[in-house]
Structure formats: C-alpha cells, structure tokens
Design a protein around this ligand. Structure first.
Ligand code: TYM
Length: 323
C-alpha cells in the first residue's frame, strides 16, 4: 500500500498543516510512501518567484525536521514533464463543471472569478489528481479541505480506467480524527491558512515561542464562559480544545473537562504548541543553514519519484492513443 501527500509552498507552514497533515505523515509513513512539496500548485494565484523558491526550501526542511524519511520526499516541479503530461490526459477526462464546482476554486476565485481567475486555479485539482495517479497512491492523507480534490482524483481514475483500460490505482482520502481543520485563532470562522492576509491568528511552525504565546493569548473565544466542546456555537473555543487535543492525544471533550477557565486553557494551548513545534523549528533551522543536505535530498528524490512514475505515464499515454 502506498500513501502520498503534498504541501504547497504558498507561504510558511503553520500549525494546521502540521497537526492536520505533516505530523501524521511522519508517524504513519511506511517505506514506499511519498511526500512532496507541490510548488507548481503555488503558481495558481499571483506569486513572487524568489519567495516561491525560498518557501519550497523551507517546506522541504520542515518535512525532514518532522521526521519524514528523506528517501520518501521530492519536489513536484522536478517532475514537471511527467506530471504536466499526465495533467493534460486527465484534463481531457474532466468536465468543466466538475472543476468549477470545487469549493476551493469558488472561494479563491472570488465573485468575478470566471473572468479574472487564472486557468491554473480552475484546473489545479486535476494537477493534484496527476500527482496522485502518477505514483499509484492508494491512500492520500489530508486535512478536511483537500477531501473534495481527492474525490475528483478517484472519479478521474475510474473514468480513465473505464474508458481506455486499467492503468490507475483508485485512491482514497484519509483524514485525521483530531486536527483535520485547525481554525484561524483570530477568525475562527475560517481555517488557518498559509496565504492569510492577516497573520495574527496563524501559528507558523517557525514562530518564536513568545510570538506563539501572544497569538494564542489573543485568540478569539466568546463571552459565554462555558467550557464545553460545541464547535457550531463556540468555534473559537472548540478550536483551542482541538489544538490541545491534537497535541496531547485526548479528545476535545476530555480537554474541556480538565480546565476551569478560558485563560488557563489558552496558557495550556500555547505551551502545548510550543513544545510540539520546538524540535521541528530547531532542526529545520539547522537544515536551512546547510543547503547542501537539502540539495542532496531534493536531487535523490527527483530521480526516485521520476523512475517510479514513468512507466505508468507511458502506459496511460499508450492507452489514450498518443505517445
Ligand atoms: P496545503 O498546502 O494547502 O496543505 C497541506 C496539508 O495541510 C492540510 N491543512 C490543514 N489541516 C488542518 N487544518 C488546517 N487549517 C489546514 N490547512 C491545511 C491540508 O489538508 C493538506 O493535507 N493541494 C494540496 C497539496 C497537494 C496534494 C497533492 C495533497 C498537491 N498535490 C496530492 C495530496 C495529494 C495543498 O495545497 O495542500
């Protein structure tokens, strides 16, 4: 069984990425699994090339620092020919309406999205399907926000197999029990996001402990003064409970029962995050100071992932009547 997942360098990695995805990849990963930095995905909205390169390096360092085996990683653009070719085959398998109804497209494209959004933003889930199908992944561990995209990959794999012949493994998304959707601390109505304009409620993995404390202290809760786990009515509080739960292995309800004020819960959430993130931050810093190790991991990963995906791409091209 192969697991595969990716992270987009559209900004600095945050606690949501870590608790919802990266930490699981490191803990549950088995030989043969693949984790990658999806830099091509960061080009779907206006971006800065040098910053994209820097974020790609930082994320590679974070993946290694989190304990994922270096021989399980690669950077997506190192496979641009393979993944680009498969994207075209899959785009010709995907209906416009299927892509246009993706929640993330609708959110990011905004009201006049049909006119001004980049085409890449519309077709990005197809590129994601190509990432998954190229490597024959059975399971795709992601947070809640990516489930819909993995469903599309399933649909496209089935359709291609049914139309042209069996070549793709039909993948499935696996989401974590705790931490599947960490919210922005300052705006609990939205998820914690790398590309958020206001970073007051985003805990970045590289944030210093004092900054983490300040951000958590200012987290928006409510005036009900009722320490219960009720995500619909008390989303800010529920988020803090989920963060502590994800860091301690307890359930959010158990966490709620073990505190008697919002203040003490916030202190505990800050300390739990600081302790959870400290080793990753320290190791990532060391790796970023010594670029040769990152370069080596990247180069080896590219060779391995390319070798692994090429035969499936060739079979798909042949079945589709081209190549
Ligand atoms: P990305 O970079 O947005 O997120 C990386 C992973 O972090 C999870 N995540 C969260 N989990 C909990 N709370 C949050 N606030 C939160 N924000 C993000 C995401 O669910 C994801 O698992 N398109 C993908 C990257 C990608 C990919 C793939 C993933 C490209 N190709 C193929 C799987 C398979 C993305 O932009 O993730």
């Amino acid at each position: 069984m192969t697991r595969l997942s990716g992270i987009t360098p559209s900004g600095h990695a945050h606690a949501g990425n870590y608790l919802g995805a990266i930490r699981r990849w490191a803990r549950e990963g088995a030989p043969g699994d693949l984790y990658f930095v999806s830099d091509l995905h960061a080009m779907t909205t206006p971006y800065h090339p040098q910053r994209l390169r820097a974020h790609t390096r930082e994320l590679l360092a974070v993946l290694i620092a989190s304990g994922i085996e270096p021989d399980q990683m690669f950077v997506q653009s190192d496979l641009i020919r393979e993944v680009g070719a498969l994207t075209w085959l899959l785009e010709c398998t995907c209906a416009y309406g299927e892509a246009a109804r993706m929640t993330q497209f609708k959110e990011k494209a905004g009201k006049d999205g049909k006119v001004t959004a980049r085409l890449g933003l519309l077709t990005y889930p197809v590129l994601m399907a190509a990432d998954i199908l190229l490597q024959g992944a059975d399971e795709v561990p992601v947070g809640d926000d990516q489930e819909q995209h993995v469903e599309l990959a399933r649909a496209l794999a089935r359709r291609f197999n049914g139309t042209f012949g069996e070549v793709f493994v039909v993948p499935r998304a696996v989401t974590p029990q705790a931490g599947a959707r960490i919210r922005d601390l300052a705006h609990p109505d939205r998820k914690m996001d790398k590309s958020a304009g206001d970073v007051a409620g985003v805990i970045f993995l590289m944030d210093a402990p004092d900054l983490v404390r300040r951000k958590v202290k200012r987290a928006v809760t409510d005036s009900l003064d009722r320490l219960e786990y009720r995500p619909d009515d008390q989303p800010g509080l529920a988020n803090l409970l989920e963060i502590v739960a994800a860091c301690t292995g307890k359930s959010p309800r158990e966490v709620a029962d073990s505190f008697d004020s919002y203040g003490t819960l916030k202190d505990a959430a800050a300390e739990a995050l600081i302790e959870e993130l400290r080793p990753i931050r320290d190791t990532a810093r060391t790796l970023l100071d010594d670029p040769s190790e990152l370069d080596r991991v990247r180069a080896d990963g590219a060779v391995r992932a390319r070798e692994r995906g090429t035969h499936r791409l060739q079979s798909a091209l042949r079945l589709a009547g081209v190549g």
